[in-house]
Write a protein that binds this ligand. Sequence first.
Ligand code: HEC
Length: 217
Amino acid sequence: MPGKLHRLGVLSAVVASSVLAGACRQDMHDNPRYEPLEASTFFTDGHAYRVPVAHTVARGSIRTDEHLYTGKIGGQLADALPVAATPELLARGHERFNVFCSPCHGRTGRGDGMVVRRGFRRPPTFHSDRLRSAPVGYFFDVMTNGFGAMQDYSAQVPVPDRWAIAAYLRALQISQHATVADVPAEKRASLDAPATAEDGAGEHAEHGAAGHEKQGH
Ligand code: HEC
């Protein structure tokens, strides 16, 4: 029992001293320091900071691969991916396309996304001969720099995902012009199989929402 009381005494002393110390903490907040770009008399050039050596590149920011970062080779739009076209790449592109592009371009790329159905400017279909023959680097370029009324997606979609979307776009284009002969023989049987819930879930949700709204008006 006396031990407990003693501990209580120590505890209240600690609490009291930390409350008192709180008053001194202000000094830490007001530490002498330079604000960004503030002038200084310490260095002869008047800067408070040291200017990086010419051509210094921040770690992780070196972008010498023209194909990867611009979609071009020798200044010309590239017609090949700078990464391997794998099922994983297409799956990632499919998912990212549905997130970032389908609101305007529609899930099938015909330019009838939900935002467009609500009055936003209609983008061209991806299934025109012009865009079907555009090099894949063109899609990367449009996402990186924007195009006409379309803003760029360089801030929202990182470089690897832009290539994943570009690859998926090409697959989407092929899908709209494919014949049974394009399907590998061993996969043809599955063509007539009923669609899984996953295949159409998003589209149903979209149509469901539109139908619901119509009833409301
Ligand atoms: C907010 C709506 C919107 C979103 C989201 C959007 N786009 Fe667009 N996109 C447009 C419009 C509008 C145009 C037509 C612009 C014009 O002609 O001025 C367009 C045009 C394009 C073109 C065609 C350029 C041409 O040569 O005609 C491509 C390719 C394209 N977008 C790709 C994408 C991709 C990939 C994404 C997703 C990362 C995306 N867009 C997201 C609205 C959008």
